[in-house]
Design a protein around this ligand. Structure first.
Ligand code: PGA
Length: 269
């Protein structure tokens, strides 16, 4: 069920794309087009080296920043890692458990849980990615897979931290393939996730937590996902680097947010 306080979040995950110049240009153009759009929160998630300059470009606007990953610990001898503590001055969000990290870089459920804890203890809002492989869907264990991911990642999360959490349902087979889930399947899994949160943390927090859909979202198919009752925005990869498409997706989410969520201003959490 929709709650007025659930502001849709549209987050653009730039992955390992853009040069420094492109990143600054994109940030400037998105600021021009999207600053102040009501009914939606818009986050840009650039590669690590562009976080500080992009933060400067966005400063004073309603657009916020996220990071694509963080370390499991806050500081130490961990060559090449970037900690949530380092990101916290610049970012509101951090993606944890993206499928590309789980499946291409061997990130385990335990590592995802530790990263989620690192994000929370440093005041960041984690965007926890969950989702099944195609063979898991074919075997009828999509929900069991997502449940396992939730169980591990949220094992040590306290109820008062759940409000800050965003859960992104991203079926692995839909990411970067141009083959999104059907809106029916996305709604069913978003509902399943919300019910799981309700069983674990209670109805009020289940109503408050935002569940995004991600996987081949573009300007043409976005509205169908954004209007689903249990989906609160989108995690956008490829289309987030396309100025026209991403702007349109954010504006659509704003319309949905204003009309269906009764949201008029960006949440200041
Ligand atoms: P995609 O990526 O929109 O390119 O499918 C989504 C994601 O990986 O978050």
């Amino acid at each position: 069920m929709r709650q007025a306080r659930r502001v849709p979040l549209v987050a653009g995950n730039w992955k390992m794309h853009t040069t420094y110049e492109e990143a600054l240009r994109l940030a400037g153009v998105f600021r021009e087009r999207l600053d102040g759009v009501d009914g939606v929160e818009c986050a840009l998630i650039p590669p690590f080296p562009w976080i500080v300059p992009v933060a400067e470009r966005l400063s004073g606007s309603t657009l916020v920043l996220g990071a694509q990953n963080c370390a499991t610990i806050d500081e130490g001898a961990l060559t090449g890692e970037v900690s949530a503590r380092m990101l916290a001055p610049f970012c509101r969000y951090v993606i944890v458990g993206h499928s590309e990290r789980r499946h291409q870089l061997g990130e385990s459920d335990e590592m995802v849980a530790a990263k989620l804890q690192a994000a929370l203890r440093n005041g960041l809002a984690p965007i926890l990615c969950v989702g099944e492989l195609l063979e898991e869907r074919d075997q009828g264990i999509a929900e069991a897979t997502v449940e396992r991911q939730l169980l591990h990642a949220l094992r040590n999360v306290q109820a008062d931290q759940v409000r800050r959490l965003v859960i992104a349902y991203e079926p692995v087979w839909a990411i970067g393939t141009g083959r999104p889930a059907t809106p029916e399947d996305a709604q069913a899994m978003a509902r399943f996730i919300r019910q799981w949160v309700e069983a674990r943390f209670g109805a009020a927090l289940a109503d408050a937590v935002r569940v995004q859909y991600g996987g081949s979202v573009n300007a043409r198919n976005a509205e169908a996902f954004l209007r689903l009752p249990d989906v609160d925005g989108a995690l956008v990869g490829g289309a987030s680097l396309d100025v026209e498409q991403f702007s349109q997706i954010v504006r659509l989410a704003g319309e949905v947010g204003r009309s269906e969520h009764g949201v008029t201003a960006v949440d200041s959490r």
